[in-house]
Design a protein around this ligand. Structure first.
Ligand SMILES: COC[C@H](NCc1c(COP(=O)(O)O)cnc(C)c1O)C(=O)O
Length: 310
């Protein structure tokens, strides 16, 4: 592997018959769950780590909810340098196992780590968003014409910022973005309502990967400047979407990703069109399936029981 080629793969843009039926419009899925690290994180963190190593970094340290950590550990292994990943208590055992499998040193922190401190997952740095912008270049290559809307999940706003950067780069800056959060991890929505950054007292959503208490300032600026619809779904809707997606497409993703899929499964897309907040267009709606490793069949069952869905 050349040191400068990106570590991410160009993921499939899957036309989903099932989700198109539910949404009543064409829905295409950008399958970032198929990245070698199980989520889109390889695009931003991977690019960031490569640049840091070029600048002489010899040890990657990343505090993470797990997915950014796996991406950093994967890149560190590929580049032949050590990695230390700081994780919150209660991270899924399979994430710890994968990190150790990648050769990383794992440190379990107390509360979910404040991601912005010393982690490449910090959302203020421009490199992760440049990496995430590669996703939109692939969409442009695959679709040619702009989608009717782009649906994505928001934690600290890194994915959102990367997508905005990519849309501007390919001349699709007018494509509406539907920015999905779960209640209890809705730092962007709270900020857009307040017109300024808001720090949530705690993360109470089961979608721990969306667990940034404060959204990146640049993401709030984007939400106020660009055509971004900030929407919040309940944990129950996100977990229901995970289950429906598993049955519809036979792929298992985290509740964080369920938040994006819930734009379809909760009927939100239809409501936005009915309210005229989303122009009905023949063009497809693209949902970014961000993936995530903090889930398995047993954990999904436990979540469904906890939320009274089984
Ligand atoms: C605690 O976790 C923060 C970060 N996950 C972020 C994340 C997001 C949100 O992306 P963001 O908006 O933070 O760029 C969405 N979907 C998935 C599957 C994610 O893992 C991490 O893994 O360290």
């Amino acid at each position: 592997h050349g040191k400068t080629e990106p570590f991410h793969v160009a993921t499939p843009l899957l036309e989903s018959w099932a989700l198109s039926q539910v949404a009543g419009t064409a829905v295409f899925l950008k399958c970032e769950n198929m990245q070698p690290v199980g989520s889109f994180k390889i695009r931003g963190i991977g690019h960031f780590c490569q640049e840091m190593v070029k600048k002489g970094c010899r040890h990657l340290v990343c505090s993470s909810g797990g997915n950014a950590g796996i991406a950093a550990a994967y890149v560190a292994r590929k580049l032949g340098i050590p990695a230390t990943i700081v994780l919150p208590e209660g991270t899924s055992p399979q994430v710890v196992r994968r990190l150790e499998g990648e050769g990383a040193e794992v440190q379990l922190a107390g509360k979910p780590p404040e991601l912005r401190t010393h982690s490449p997952a910090s959302f203020s740095h421009p490199l992760p968003r440049e990496g995430n912008a590669s996703l939109v270049r692939e969409l442009k290559a695959a679709l040619g014409t702009p989608p009717a809307a782009l649906v994505l999940a928001v934690g600290g706003g890194g994915l959102l910022l990367g997508v905005v950067t990519g849309l501007v780069e390919v001349g699709w800056q007018h494509v509406p973005i539907i920015a999905m959060e779960t209640r209890g991890a809705h730092c962007l929505n709270a900020a857009t309502k307040a017109g300024k950054l808001v720090t949530l007292p705690d993360i109470t959503s089961v979608a721990k990967s969306l667990g940034a208490k404060t959204v990146a300032a640049r993401a709030l600026e984007c939400a106020l400047e660009c055509e971004i619809l900030s929407e919040v779904v309940e944990d129950a809707e996100a977990v229901y979407a995970v289950q429906q997606f598993l049955d519809d497409e036979r792929m298992l993703v985290e509740p964080a990703c369920g938040a994006a899929l819930a734009a379809v499964y909760s009927g939100l897309l239809g409501r936005l069109r009915a309210e005229g907040r989303l122009r009905p267009a023949p063009a497809p709606v693209v949902v970014i399936v961000c993936g995530g490793n903090n889930i398995n069949s047993r954990e999904l069952q436990a979540l469904r029981t906890q939320l009274g869905q089984s």
